[in-house]
Design a protein around this ligand. Structure first.
Ligand code: SF4
Length: 69
């Protein structure tokens, strides 16, 4: 699973970080760092919870595309 980070929507609430600080890394001002997140299987429940906790909908959960071929 992948989390698409919409930095333009992030308002620095840090709710994602409160759920999983090792997944959702923030800058010095509390805004999430740019770059989409690849989530390993074992981290997916926690990552989903963190993404859903964002009140700005800045964290979009996307299924990992199936391998080509
Ligand atoms: S919860 Fe949302 S708005 Fe708050 S830091 Fe995380 S991504 Fe940004």
């Amino acid at each position: 699973m992948r989390i698409i980070v919409h930095n333009d929507k992030c308002q620095g609430h840090a709710r994602c970080w409160a759920q999983a600080p090792h997944i959702f890394v923030l800058d010095d001002e509390g805004y999430i760092l740019p770059g989409n997140l690849e989530i390993p299987i074992g981290e997916q429940p926690l990552a989903s919870r963190g993404a859903r906790s964002c009140p700005e909908h800045a964290l979009e959960i996307a299924p990992t595309p199936a391998p080509a071929g």
